[in-house]
Design a protein around this ligand. Structure first.
Ligand code: PGA
Length: 247
């Protein structure tokens, strides 16, 4: 039995005051609802501790990125250990914005995934195709290649204590969501690729998830929750998405 997980990716938005207000509103909204989903907040690095103070119960803390290195002379980087120190339990790796804007290869993403796992953080591995790749019929090949980079590191139990997020690049921040059927097809494929561990690994959908499309996405058998960008910055909308994961 897989529980639902709804993760907020705040990306590089807001100020400290905004983060405090959003947290307070979320806290109120979640407390007055009957949401049973696990809720995860992934704020920008400087606000990790601030959010970390508010977590507990069904609310957990995650980060948006980490270094593949454990420590050393890597100016500007943040290690898995530091994230754990701030109270994080999860970390997003290989978000498409990291892959496309910062040149992170599947190999580097796999190394970050390994660094997270070795430290005890739960990695959320993002995979997904561009519009061009989808139109060329390459969606499953792209996703398989992104997963294979992790498998090739030959980690022990690579998919245990890990989360996968299927995020079609063309649906991120564009207002275009994959149809529930399109998402389900790729989620089923991902689960098959994970082998035995796939039965318990949570697979999230991400890409323009909103309160008005969450219920039908979550109704799909292989969609275990969502990674939410834009809509996670509005407390009421995000709480509605979290509650949709109950149904
Ligand atoms: P979006 O972003 O919900 O704004 O499309 C999702 C993500 O990038 O994780």
């Amino acid at each position: 039995m897989r529980t639902s997980l709804v993760a907020a990716n705040w990306k590089m938005h807001g100020t400290q005051a905004f983060a405090r207000q959003l947290l307070a509103d979320l806290d109120k909204g979640l407390a007055s609802s009957n949401c049973s989903a696990q809720v995860l907040i992934c704020p920008p690095f400087p606000y990790l501790s601030l959010v970390g103070e508010a977590v507990g119960g069904n609310l957990a803390l995650g980060a948006q990125n980490l270094s593949e290195h454990a420590s050393g002379a890597y100016t500007g980087e943040v290690s898995a250990e530091m994230l754990l120190d701030c109270g994080a339990r999860y970390v997003i790796v290989g978000h498409s914005e990291r892959r496309s804007l910062y040149g992170e290869s599947s190999q580097l993403v796999a190394e970050k995934y390994a660094a997270a796992k070795q430290s005890g953080l739960i990695p959320i591995l993002c995979v997904g195709e561009s519009l061009e790749q989808r139109e060329a019929g390459k969606t499953l090949d792209v996703v398989a290649e992104q997963l294979a980079a992790v498998t090739e590191l030959a980690l022990a139990n690579p998919w245990q204590d890990a989360v996968i997020a299927y995020e079609p690049v063309w649906a991120i921040g564009t207002g275009k969501t994959a149809t529930p059927e399109q998402a389900q097809d790729v989620h089923r494929f991902i689960r098959e690729q994970l082998g035995e561990a796939g039965a318990v690994t949570q697979i999230l959908y991400g890409g323009s998830v909103k309160a008005n499309n969450a219920v039908e996405l979550f109704a799909q058998p292989d969609i275990d929750g969502a990674l939410v960008g834009g809509a996670s910055l509005k407390a009421e909308e995000f709480v509605s998405i979290c509650c949709a994961a109950n149904e």
